[in-house]
Write a protein that binds this ligand. Sequence first.
Ligand SMILES: [Zn+2]
Length: 430
Amino acid sequence: MATRANATAGSIDDSEWTLLTGGQVIDGTGADPDSDSAVLVQGDRIAEVGPRDELDYPEDETEVVDVGDRTIMPGLIDAHTHITIYNHRTRGRFRLIDPRNTLAYNTIRATESAEAFIEGGVTTIRECCGRDFISVSVRDAIEEERLHGPRILPSGPLITITAGLDDKRPYFLDRNPANGWEVNGVDEVVQAVREHSKAGVSNIKLDASGAWTSFTDSKTPTMSERELAAAAEEARKFGITTACHAHDPVGIKNAARANVTSIEHGTYLDEEGLEIMLDNDIYLVPTLASVEYFTEHGDNFDMNDEQFQSIVDDLEAQKESVKMAKEAGIKVAVGASSEPPGLPHGSTWREMMHFVDLGFSPMEALVAGTQTAAELLGIENDVGTLEPGKSADVLVVDGDPLDDIEVFGREANPALVLKQGSVAVDNRPA
Ligand SMILES: [Zn+2]
């Protein structure tokens, strides 16, 4: 197993073959855990998963890693996060002139954010909009092994309309595409998607509703169905997913009819919206963990009583939506929308904790943060489960998440993280 130069590597050395054995294996497909199973890694791929004595490998060339009574599972996938921290939303609405608000500062913070994910056992993230195309560059630098971080599926800035979610521009200033990428009408939407594709994104982030952070609140629709549909269609052409922020029921239906890949938040979901999502096979990424963080730490943020109440209302409605969606058979994926100084990066597991609170079994919550998230991102042939041929993105955790989903938050965790067969994190005691 190759070891990254700057990883906190333990005793695992540089072998081509590695056998992870000892603990229970949860493969991410929803199948029962198996305590007799072992995971065989060759290079950057999973070679086999099965009973240890039935696996075929060159014994003298294989590093055997006994993980003790820990759990071996796929690396977590976070389908909604923000690594560039660009809008300073918690410091007031129109703080355009913040001395830290430079691309350089945001880039530095983004590299730090990426590192926090891998340290938290998250081996893949979909970056759901940020400043400029910083996350594209961070992805590239990680792929070139210049930085420590997860696999990143980047978005560019949010594609929004005038008075939309990320339009914080006073009318007397020109549009600045490095922040919210402001467009109006189908032609501008199509052009924006093409620009983003050219810049190398994997995802387009759109908004169908406002939010407490913007001119337009969460109960009001923003981009029209026609604009959203144009974006989704154009993105599909380039093989890019679309993630649409939607809170209000009209916005949710606009996004669902527009056939976006996933609806983010889905706060005020009604029966009609549910039907359209089901018909069009649209995923829901609720981001409860981030919203709850704001309700619990409201005093730390610069928001007025009305804004605070709107988040509290949104969270309650969102929980109902998740229950409805699960009941109806809509695919729900994990995305925590961490965004310091709100929810810290790397705490993706907290979203799974909320799922369990809302009636998911711990296994269903794990699948939502592995296999289902991989399917949403369109990378299920490569990651999301421990199956032969897939990338060896493996997480070893102390304890049994099926017994207590909060084990991920223990200080000893993650015990070990492999990304593409290399040790990315090793916190096991020497
Ligand atoms: Zn978000």
